[in-house]
Ligand binder design. Structure first.
Ligand SMILES: [Fe+2]
Length: 162
């Protein structure tokens, strides 16, 4: 498992507490979802783990090159960085490619095309609600939760932060 080394890579790359803390919260939520859903497919588990750890890795380059951390810039800048960091750790090519795909579309709902991506999407959604990065109006909570969260586990976990 690449988990610990990937966490060290991510921390060393970000060197900024707010990004590191957000990432670790997303990883923890993703792991809760995987456990709650009883996911035992090794590929899905590895991708969900690495994808959580690297999902926001494009932010520093987005800020440097575009002075913005808007979603399209994060998605554009993230995959090359994720690829480099995972290559340095010798991550298996099929896992690496799948993680790069997810990093490159992690703000694009209609690109979510599998349980591995769905887990990361849900984990990030829960943490972004918790951190106030996404603010839902009272009238849109039900619809938004329904649209973004497909797993039973995530639909239970979201209640902790609403
Ligand atoms: Fe995030």
């Amino acid at each position: 498992m690449y988990r610990e080394k990937a966490i060290e890579k991510m921390k060393g790359y970000f060197q900024e507490d707010r990004f590191i803390e957000h990432t670790l919260k997303v990883l923890a939520r993703a792991e809760q979802i995987c456990e709650g859903e009883r996911i035992d497919d090794a590929f899905i588990l590895q991708v969900a783990t690495l994808g959580s750890i690297f999902h926001d890795i494009g932010i520093p380059e987005a800020l440097k090159k575009h002075s913005s951390m808007e979603a399209p810039y994060q998605e554009q800048e993230g995959p090359p960085v994720a690829r480099r960091l995972m290559n340095e750790e010798g991550v298996r090519p099929d896992i690496l490619e799948r993680v790069c795909y997810i990093v490159g579309y992690h703000h694009t709902a209609d690109k979510v095309d599998g349980l591995d991506f769905q887990v990361i999407w849900e984990a990030d959604f829960i943490v972004n609600i918790d951190e106030g990065n996404i603010v839902l109006e009272p009238g849109e909570v039900e619809r938004s939760v329904d649209e973004n969260l497909k797993t039973e586990t995530a639909r239970v976990l979201i209640r902790e932060v609403l």
